[in-house]
Design a protein around this ligand. Structure first.
Ligand code: GLU
Length: 239
């Protein structure tokens, strides 16, 4: 097991992500990384093999981004390495994904995408999710981001908690889960996702539980939930 954190709001995202990842260290991991919006239309990454303190050491102190996702990896597919560490980009770096869990049919999906001209940088099962999202977001039958996410969900088998950024939606974090833990927090200064409560406690005690096959869309001041049919789902907050 390993960890996911995500933030969008009024604080420096890098601080929230690194603090959140540090509080998820008890779950065990071999590498760590973050993705964040910095320059317009661009998602930036920092990844390392090692501990959260090693990740902190390669981050820029002047990173003022207010939205990003972070990950601690426990390798299941592909050795622990910087290339295999999360987040993973889609082919043109327009989408970034962090994933906990296992995509069981990744090989079959990877072969199908390679036949469509996609190239893969890592050995992970996770990269298939990023590329599949790209295919449904920008390919011949492209839809909107919610459409791309639900179509990806209908094609992958296995377990997943996912944090997703789209380069053309700065300030928005998507979260999805099936058979892997992921919760959403609403804080005074923004919205968060995390694998577990300890990563949120510094910022809020107001949490929402994402059910299996549900999607959350977070902005600095809104949290919406959808089912796999893209229908809005009403949720009560828990304390
Ligand atoms: N299966 C993915 C990988 O090997 C995610 C592992 C995890 O849950 O950290 O990269």
């Amino acid at each position: 097991m390993c960890g996911i954190i995500g933030f969008t709001g009024k604080l420096k995202a890098q601080d929230v992500l690194l603090t959140g990842l540090a509080s998820l260290e008890y779950r065990g991991y071999d590498s760590a990384g973050i993705a964040y919006f910095k320059d317009t239309g661009k998602i930036s990454l920092r990844k390392t093999v090692g501990k959260v303190k090693d990740l902190r050491a390669i981050c820029d102190d002047d990173n003022n981004s207010t939205c990003g996702i972070g990950h601690t990896r426990w390798a299941t597919h592909g050795e622990p390495s910087v290339v295999n560490a999360h987040p993973h980009y889609s082919r043109d770096q327009k989408i970034a994904v962090v994933h906990n869990g296992i995509i069981e049919n990744y090989q079959e999906l990877k072969t199908r995408l390679i036949n469509k001209g996609f190239t893969f940088a890592s050995q992970t099962d996770t990269e298939v999710v990023a590329q599949l999202l790209d295919y449904y977001y920008t390919g011949v039958s492209a839809g909107d981001s919610l459409d791309a996410i639900t179509r990806m969900m209908m094609h992958v088998r296995g377990s997943y908690a996912l944090g997703i950024l789209f380069a053309d939606q700065p300030g928005v974090v998507y979260a999805v889960r099936k058979d892997s833990p992921l919760i959403v927090g609403k804080a005074e200064n923004g919205s968060l996702i995390a694998s577990d409560v300890p990563a949120l406690l510094k910022y809020t005690r107001t949490v929402y539980y994402i059910d299996n096959l549900e999607i959350a869309r977070l902005t600095p001041d809104s949290i919406e939930f959808f089912n796999i049919d893209k229908e809005p789902v009403e949720k009560e907050a828990s304390t």
